[in-house]
Design a protein around this ligand. Structure first.
Ligand code: VTB
Length: 318
């Protein structure tokens, strides 16, 4: 796979961030999501790929663009690749001007992504220092002990990100009792999942139940960074079981590892929309804006943080 694709994907997430960044704090999450989706879709047409969206904005009858199955890219003769996108991960965060909204995309060889239905996934995520130390079936306390040992630190030194939801109350109580520091987030669990693999982020672990599509995007990033993750689908009803079965999933209790959620030469990019644990948000100035992105490839394990200065006289779309 062309190694420059990673840089091309940065252009895609930068475009989405620049478009929805105008909606930060405006209280209109749908308009923000539409702006990001349209910009990402438009920019993808300039990328030399033969892509199929496998994780996107919904089914064809639900989403006007970036729907599951949509063909994207401008090189139909190129090797087929699968695309996982979340043009605006954290629509609520963006609409309220809170932290951690990102625009994100990942690319894998055909068949490389777990086709996760739009349902919940139980997740545990850790950076490279904790690889092999996590066990989704072990208790939060046991996982803290293992990761503290792997990182040669105390449990009290660890910071765990958890979505602030009632379903996590018991887990949070146990984490606190074990002595860990906790960073509760209102939304957006892809960014902190990636931050577990960035030493200077101060984030060591992410645990809890969030979106399955977001789990696959996080797995794509962790694959590029040598991190570790386990995920298990959480079925709320039989309709979700039937949906999963129709997507080829028949072991409903399966624990997925990173390499089962994102296989092969994965490429990942994300741009900050609002500042968070991983990336700075879009900053506008007279006639332009500054974006902050992360770009990486599983093959080289290279992780690039890119600060781009954009001048709108030369980019009339913004
Ligand atoms: C999760 C999380 C996402 O939405 O899907 C969450 O993974 C939805 O959780 O990052 P609830 O149904 O409990 O609200 C996000 O936070 C944003 O899409």
């Amino acid at each position: 796979m062309d190694r420059n694709l990673a840089m091309e994907l940065a252009r895609v997430t930068e475009a989405a961030a620049l478009a929805c960044g105008r909606w930060v704090g405006k209280g209109n999450k749908l308009a923000a999501d539409d702006a990001a989706t349209e910009a990402m879709r438009r920019t993808l047409d300039s990328i030399d790929i033969n892509g199929t969206v496998v994780i996107g904005e919904g089914e064809m009858d639900e989403a006007p663009m970036l729907y599951i199955g949509e063909k994207v890219g401008n090189d139909s003769a190129a090797n087929e690749v699968d695309i996982a996108v979340d043009p605006l991960e954290g629509t609520n965060i963006c609409a309220k001007g809170m932290s951690g909204a990102i625009a994100t995309i990942a690319l894998a060889p055909k068949g490389g992504f777990l086709h996760a239905p739009d349902m919940y996934m139980e997740k545990i995520v850790v950076g490279p220092a904790g690889k092999g130390a996590i066990d989704i079936d072990a208790s939060p306390t046991e996982n803290l002990k293992r990761i503290a040992e792997a990182k040669s630190c105390y449990i009290e030194d660890l910071t765990v990100v958890v979505l602030d939801r009632p379903r996590h109350d018991k887990m949070v109580s146990e984490l606190r009792k074990a002595g860990a520091r906790i960073h509760l987030i209102s939304d957006g669990d892809v960014s902190p999942a990636i931050a577990t693999a960035v030493e200077e982020s101060g984030i060591d672990l992410m645990m809890g139940v969030g979106g399955a599509p977001e789990g696959v995007l996080a797995a794509a990033a962790l694959k590029c960074m040598g991190g570790d993750m386990q995920g298990r689908l959480v079925f709320m009803n039989n309709e979700e079981r039937e949906r999963a079965k129709s997507m080829g999933i028949d072991d409903f209790d399966k624990v997925y590892g990173v390499d089962e959620m994102a296989r092969g030469e994965v490429v990942f990019a994300a741009s900050g929309v609002t500042s968070g644990d991983l990336l700075r948000g879009v900053r506008y100035f007279s006639g332009g804006a500054i974006t902050h992105s992360i770009v990486m490839r599983a093959k080289s394990r290279t992780v690039r943080f890119i600060e781009s200065h954009h001048y709108f006289d030369f980019k009339p779309l913004y």
